[in-house]
Design a protein around this ligand. Structure first.
Ligand SMILES: Cc1ncc(C[n+]2csc(CCOP(=O)(O)OP(=O)(O)O)c2C)c(N)n1
Length: 279
């Protein structure tokens, strides 16, 4: 069972992070933002930053820190919201999202001063880099873990499977990948675009697979993350988390049109009032 206090903390931080996602996405104005992909991944990212990762916002380059790679880089708002809630960045910086000259661009751009480990956004690349980071840690005898967030649509990319097979061959038991299975990608439902059995694919690639049926439930997510972090199977680990795209905002849930778009004032006001009702 996951620790109650940690679950409560993750829930509290997840609520704050949803609010940050809406605020940042709104300030991006006509440039738009990926709301749905960020909101589905909130409990996963909060579970990592507030539940399982060894990290220190005051020392972003700490040698033995666990690494986080957001391979589904378009969902950067959940990452930036975590950086703001942990203190890697401040609220003023948060509100520069997508602004001219801001380091908080529409996809993560490596910036170790603020806890951004790698640049990502070209789907699949982040995952391959994460596998490389795990392999480097093995070679150097370092004990930290690498946590990598990928999308279910992203699992259509060939590079995912090349890297996954290589990670299994190299027995990279120091990587935990989380697939945010929200079922909707850029141009349709994941099952319509490429209907694959993800559990079977990851297993065939040689990974330890755990499916979480409620990937937006802090307790279930934390329990899974802890189990994979502590697993002694000797294999690389993947958690397939069933989530809801746009989770938390009624008109965004399961919606294709809220994958990415600008947010007009009336939608902003409705989103804020829905989040306030929940708090
Ligand atoms: C190599 C590559 N091809 C296409 C895109 C455009 N693209 C951005 S998001 C997206 C859909 C991703 O879907 P999924 O992995 O399911 O993530 P979700 O948005 O549902 O969180 C695509 C195709 C990209 N970023 N990189």
């Amino acid at each position: 069972m996951a620790n109650e206090n940690t679950v409560a903390l993750i829930e509290k931080k997840a609520a704050e992070m949803r609010r940050h996602v809406i605020e940042m996405g709104y300030v991006a104005g006509g440039r738009g933002a990926h709301f749905g992909p960020a909101l589905s991944s909130i409990e996963i990212v909060a579970g990592l930053f507030f539940g399982v990762m060894n990290h220190d916002p005051k020392n972003p380059t700490m040698a033995d820190r666990d690494r986080f790679v957001q391979s589904k880089g378009h969902a950067c708002l959940s990452y930036y919201a975590a950086l703001a809630e942990t203190g890697y960045i401040n609220k003023e910086q948060m509100y520069t999202f997508k602004g001219d000259g801001s380091f908080l661009s529409g996809h993560p751009s490596r910036n170790m001063k603020y806890g951004i480990e790698i640049s990502s956004g070209s789907l699949g690349n982040g995952f391959a880099i994460a596998c490389g980071m795990a392999k480097a840690a093995k070679i150097k005898g370092e004990q930290h873990k690498v946590y990598c967030l990928v999308g279910d649509g992203e699992c259509n990319e060939g590079i995912i499977w090349e890297a996954a097979m290589n990670a299994a061959k190299n027995q990279l038991n120091n990587i935990v990948t989380i697939v945010d299975r929200n079922g909707v990608q850029l141009a349709g439902k994941t099952t319509e675009i490429m209907d694959v059995n993800l559990e079977a694919f990851w297993k065939a690639a040689g990974w330890d697979v755990l499916v979480v049926k409620s990937g937006n439930d802090a307790s279930s997510v934390l329990e899974a993350l802890e189990a994979m972090r502590d697993s002694k199977s000797g294999k690389p680990h993947v958690i397939i988390a069933e989530t809801t795209k746009g989770k938390g905002i009624s008109f965004m849930e399961g919606s294709l049109s809220w994958h990415a778009r600008p947010m007009e004032k009336e939608f902003y006001e409705q989103a804020v009032s829905e989040l306030e009702e929940l708090s």
